[in-house]
Design a protein around this ligand. Structure first.
Ligand SMILES: [Zn+2]
Length: 472
C-alpha cells in the first residue's frame, strides 16, 4: 500500500481524510484509483483535456514527479505520495505562521477549508491589483485583512473629493494625496503583515509585463477600456488568472478569466465598444455601494483561487443589478477564434491599447495645439460667435454649463453631425477634456478640420473663469 497525503483544500471531497492508502504500481494508476473513489476531486486535479492541472504538483517521497518520469513514475510499497496544489511556485515550502498571525487569523484557521495550510498559502500568495479606485478599495482592504502576503497596487492618480463616496480606502483628510500613499496607509492599519508594493505609474504596454510577472494572479480594478484590455492581454501572455470586475451606474459584472483553463476577456468582448458609446463612471455616474459589491466578489474569487477551494467564476459571467437586487449568471466559453487565446492566436505581444480602443486611457487635460484654454475661450466668446458644443450628458449639463453652449452628448455626436454647419469656429468641451478630445477626433474626421476643444473642460472654466459653475 502507498500512503497518499491529501491537502487541506481537497479534504472536503475525501470525507475529511488527510491520508488515504491506495495500492498501485505507478503514479498514473494511483491517481486514477484516487479519482474513482473520490470523483469530486477530479476537476481539481485535471484539466478538461485530462492533463494534470499545472498548479498541482505530485511528489513521490520527496521527489517532484516532474523530475522523475511524470505520471509514469513507478511507486513501491510504503512509498509516500503527496498531492500539493500550489500557487506559490510549487516546490517552495510554505511560510509558517507566527503567534501573532495565528491569533489574527483564528476565524480562518478553524475553517476546515482554510486551516493552517490555507492561511500559509495566503501568506505565500502575491496578488497584483491594477487600480486603487472604486473596485480596488474593497479588494485591497479584504485581501490585506485576509492575510495575503504580498499585494502590488498600480495607480498614479490623486485622491479627489468625488472619489470618496465609493473609494473607501481613501479618506477626506487625504484629498490631494497620492492614491497609493493613501491606500498603503489604510492597509498598514488593517494588516501590518501584508507587504504592499507600490507602482506609482500608469499601467502601460511598456511596463505591464515587467510589473505583473512576479505575481500569482492579477485583479482588474480598472475603469477604462484601454487598461482593461491591457490587463487581460498581460494576464493571458503570462498565463495568470485575471479576476475581472466592472461597474456602471447600478450594474456590475464579475468573472474569473484564465486562458489556461477557460475563456479570457477577449473571448467575451473581442473588441471594445466605439468611443463615446459607453461612458466612464466619471461621465455616467455610479452608485457608491456598487463597487463594494463587485469588489468583494473579486476578492472572494481571489481568496478561493489561492486556497484552491470551491467553485470559481471561471467560465461564468456574474451579472449584478443593484436596483432590482438580482444576481444572474451566463455561461462563458473559450472562443476558439479568440485572437489572443484561441487556436490560431494573432496577438503575441502587447500593443497600443489607446489606439485599439480609440480613446485615451484617462481623461487628459494636457495641452496641445487643438486646445483652447479657459481664459482664451472667455475672450473668444466676447469677440465672436462660436459654435460651443457641450458633449457631456444631460444631467451634467444641469449641474452647470458655459453660456451660449449647446448640448450634444458624445454618444449622439455621430448621428447629429448634420446639425453642425461649420459657419462659425467650433469648440467642444466636456468635464475635464477627455470626451471633448474624442469629439474633436470625430469632428475632424467629418471635415471640420479647424475644430478645437477646451483644455481641462468645464472644471478649468470654473477654476479660471467662472467659479459660480460647480465643479463635480
Ligand atoms: Zn480569449
Amino acid at each position: 500500500m502507498t500512503t497518499v497525503y491529501i491537502p487541506t483544500a481537497l479534504r472536503v471531497y475525501t470525507e475529511r481524510k488527510s491520508t488515504i492508502d491506495i495500492s498501485a504500481k505507478t503514479v498514473e494508476e494511483l491517481i486514477n484509483r484516487f479519482v474513482e473513489n473520490y470523483p469530486q476531486v477530479k476537476r481539481h486535479l485535471f484539466a478538461e483535456d485530462g492533463s494534470l492541472r499545472n498548479y498541482v504538483n505530485i511528489f513521490v517521497n520527496d521527489q517532484d514527479i516532474r523530475t522523475l518520469r511524470g505520471r509514469a513514475t513507478e511507486i513501491a510499497d510504503r512509498d509516500e505520495v503527496s498531492i500539493v496544489p500550489s500557487v506559490a511556485g510549487g516546490v517552495d515550502p510554505l511560510p509558517s505562521l507566527t503567534q501573532d498571525e495565528i491569533r489574527r487569523y483564528s476565524r480562518h484557521l478553524i475553517l476546515p477549508e482554510v486551516g493552517v495550510d490555507g492561511q500559509r498559502r495566503l501568506k505565500a500568495a502575491s496578488v497584483l491589483l491594477v487600480g486603487a479606485g472604486g473596485l480596488g478599495s474593497p479588494v485591497a482592504i479584504y485581501l490585506a485583512a485576509a492575510g495575503v502576503g504580498r499585494l502590488g497596487i498600480v495607480d498614479f492618480d490623486r485622491v479627489e473629493e468625488s472619489n470618496l463616496h465609493r473609494q473607501i480606502i481613501h479618506k477626506s483628510s487625504r484629498v490631494g494625496a497620492s492614491k497609493l500613499a493613501s491606500a498603503a496607509e489604510t492597509l498598514a492599519e488593517i494588516n501590518p503583515f501584508t507587504h504592499v508594493e507600490r507602482y506609482e505609474v500608469a499601467f502601460r504596454s511598456d511596463n505591464a509585463l515587467e510589473i505583473a510577472k512576479d505575481y500569482d494572479l492579477v485583479i482588474d480594478g480598472t475603469d477604462n477600456f484601454p487598461t482593461r484590455y491591457l490587463v487581460n492581454d498581460v494576464s493571458v501572455l503570462l498565463k495568470k488568472p485575471n479576476v475581472y470586475g466592472s461597474i456602471f451606474r447600478f450594474e456590475g459584472q464579475a468573472s474569473l478569466f484564465w486562458a489556461e483553463q477557460g475563456p479570457c476577456y477577449r473571448c467575451l468582448y473581442p473588441e471594445p465598444p466605439p468611443p463615446g458609446l459607453v461612458p466612464s463612471c466619471a461621465e455616467g455616474g455610479v452608485l457608491g455601494v456598487l463597487p463594494g459589491i463587485i469588489g468583494v466578489i473579486q476578492a472572494t474569487e481571489a481568496v478561493k483561487w489561492i486556497l484552491g477551494i470551491g467553485e470559481s467564476l471561471l467560465g461564468r459571467l456574474l451579472l449584478v443589478d443593484a436596483l432590482a437586487m438580482r444576481f444572474r449568471q451566463v455561461a462563458l466559453k473559450k472562443d476558439p477564434r479568440c485572437p489572443l487565446c484561441g487556436e490560431r492566436p494573432t496577438i503575441r505581444s502587447l500593443s497600443d491599447y489607446e489606439a485599439f480602443c480609440g480613446m485615451p486611457a484617462r481623461e487628459d487635460s494636457g495641452a496641445s495645439t487643438d486646445d483652447v484654454t479657459a481664459p482664451e475661450l472667455a475672450e473668444l466668446l466676447k469677440m465672436e460667435q462660436i459654435d460651443l458644443i457641450d458633449v457631456r450628458e444631460p444631467n451634467e449639463w444641469d449641474i452647470g454649463r458655459i453660456p451660449t453652449a449647446r448640448l450634444i452628448p458624445l454618444g449622439q455626436l455621430m448621428e447629429r453631425l448634420n446639425e453642425i454647419h461649420g459657419d462659425r469656429p467650433i469648440i467642444a468641451y466636456c468635464r475635464s477634456g477627455g470626451r471633448s478630445a474624442t469629439a474633436l477626433a470625430m469632428l475632424r474626421k467629418a471635415g471640420f478640420s479647424s475644430a478645437r476643444h477646451l483644455q481641462g473642460g468645464i472644471l478649468k472654466w470654473s477654476e479660471l473663469v467662472d467659479p459660480s459653475v460647480p465643479r463635480y
